[in-house]
Design a protein around this ligand. Structure first.
Ligand code: GLA
Length: 494
């Protein structure tokens, strides 16, 4: 009788499922790469704590609870990116629904694992920090095309070749867009000797680089200082010298090096040394390779990016194809203007012009401001099928000339009247450039007070979007469309 009572009392506990442990979901993608999501869970009563690991980094569980075999989690990165999870534990399988911000929920199935596949047992110490001298490259901001903004994981050899052809046929190459850069998702496995191979989407990287070079273009590639890239492909961790040699042998001219999973291994304070490591490996190859740091502007990278060997460094998190996000980035660029200059540039991320999410006026603002900021101009659209509006923006040689001005002085915000902002920069030949942005949601008429801009009445001015000259007159009236811009080049007084 006593025993029966005990069994009845303990029954719910004996039946209750236990979520504690490591759970891994692995999904093989068509290009051979495996997408993993790892749940490291600890159950205490009906509370769940722990973390979710993705290739690019960690989401810490903020709230987690269990109700029988059902669970709910809310997890967040250090940067505040939140993902929700819920689902059920059935036998030895964890059925999970993932709720990403601004995306349709999707399902995963995870099974128990003995270890977390993303953990690295012994973290390699980065080299002692030293000041690297300039590598002599990127005297003006890098200009070209990158695959990520439009193609993301859907980039392959055929598309890159077509883009090379289109860069030539459209006149983009001759307007200066020289770099053709493949972003994430080209990486395959390493051989037994540790040498990195491209995946099935890129059957022969050397042949592809040769093709790109034969078109008078330069060839760029992407990797991460961590074991995995942001999209979960093979990174360069522990293989820096070997990868630099492979890139040089392929004929790579540009490397974008993206922090991603290195965050699991190193604190932000180690970034400089970690980036220096690859800079030294690239330099040891003796091939001139532009070095692009991508760590989203953490640890005030603009104060050390050049000393770590960088030619450019991202100053923010990712852009997307919206006016709102583009302008959020703009608002953080003026205060760091002084850190840019020939050979070492602030990078407010790649262009979205022509990708469809903004109006033509907004894209003109995007181009005008990137030029005033002396920003790298990496187009991210489909160059094969550009509209006339997109062409007129990306191929505006007078705006490109401001961006590529040899003095390399980054412009900044210089004034504001209500919703109208003024951005200016001095140019090498004594001219100066001015962008006037209407941030209002409707068209605005304004009277230009040239005097306040230190532009004397009578100055010859070139309208860089209308391609017309005029003479500055005090209180001249201009109309600017919603979210649109004017861009002027003021001639130096003779
Ligand atoms: C990060 C970078 C992007 C792009 C992706 C690729 O998000 O900031 O520019 O390179 O990774 O996975």
């Amino acid at each position: 009788m006593k025993h029966l009572l005990l069994i009845l009392l303990l029954a719910p506990a004996l039946l209750a499922v236990d979520f504690s442990g490591i759970w891994v979901s692995s999904i093989k993608q068509p290009d051979g790469h495996t997408d993993r999501e790892v749940f490291v869970l600890k159950q205490t009563g009906n509370q769940l704590t722990g973390r979710v690991e993705r290739a690019w980094g960690t989401l810490n569980i903020q709230e987690g609870s269990v109700d029988g075999s059902h669970f709910v989690l809310a997890a967040k990165t250090d940067d505040g990116y939140k993902v929700g999870y819920d689902g059920t534990l059935d036998g030895d399988k964890l059925y999970v629904t993932v709720h990403e911000p601004n995306a349709k929920p999707f399902q995963l199935v995870a099974t128990r694992a003995a270890t977390d596949p993303f953990m690295v047992a012994h973290v390699l110490p980065p080299p002692p920090v030293r000041d690297l001298p300039p590598n002599g490259l990127a005297k003006t901001p890098p200009i070209g095309w990158n695959s990520w903004n439009l193609f993301a994981g859907k980039i392959d050899d055929k598309t890159v070749r077509e883009m090379a052809d289109a860069l030539v046929a459209s006149g983009m190459r001759d307007a200066g867009y020289i770099y053709l850069n493949i972003d994430d998702t080209w990486e395959g496995d390493r051989g037994a000797d540790g040498v990195i191979h491209s995946n099935d989407k890129f059957p022969d990287m050397k042949a592809l680089a040769d093709y790109v070079h034969s078109k008078g273009l330069k060839f760029g590639i992407y990797s991460s200082p961590g074991p995995y890239t942001c999209a979960g492909y093979e990174g360069s961790y522990g293989h820096e010298a070997q990868d630099a040699k492979t890139y040089a042998a392929w004929g790579v001219d540009y490397l974008k090096y993206d922090w991603c999973s290195a965050s699991r291994l190193y604190p932000d304070s180690a970034m400089r040394a970690v980036y220096q490591k690859m800079a030294e490996a690239l330099r040891a190859t003796k091939r001139p390779i532009v070095y692009s740091l991508c760590q989203y502007g953490r640890d005030d990278v603009w104060t050390w990016g050049d000393k770590a060997g960088g030619n450019l460094w991202r100053t923010t998190g990712d852009i997307n194809d919206t006016y709102k996000r583009m302008m959020e980035i703009v608002d953080t660029q003026s205060v760091i203007a002084k850190y840019a200059g020939p050979g070492h540039w602030n990078d407010p991320d790649m262009l979205e012009i022509g990708n469809g999410g903004m109006t033509t006026d907004e894209y003109r603002t995007h181009m005008s401001l990137w030029a005033i900021f002396a920003a790298p101009l990496l187009a991210g659209n489909d160059v094969r099928t550009m509209s006339d509006d997109t062409k007129s923006i990306l191929l505006n040689k007078e705006v490109i000339a401001v961006d590529q001005d040899p003095m390399g002085m980054q412009g900044k915000v210089v004034g504001q009247i209500n919703n109208v902002e003024f951005y200016g920069r001095p140019l090498n030949n004594g001219d100066s450039a001015l962008v006037v942005v209407n941030r209002a949601d409707s068209a605005t008429s304004m009277k230009m007070s040239w005097g306040e801009m230190h532009v004397p009445a009578g100055t010859k001015v070139r309208d860089l979007w209308k391609h017309e000259d005029f003479t500055a007159k005090e209180d001249q009236e201009f109309t600017i469309p919603a979210h649109g811009s004017l861009m002027f080049r003021m001639k130096a007084a003779k």
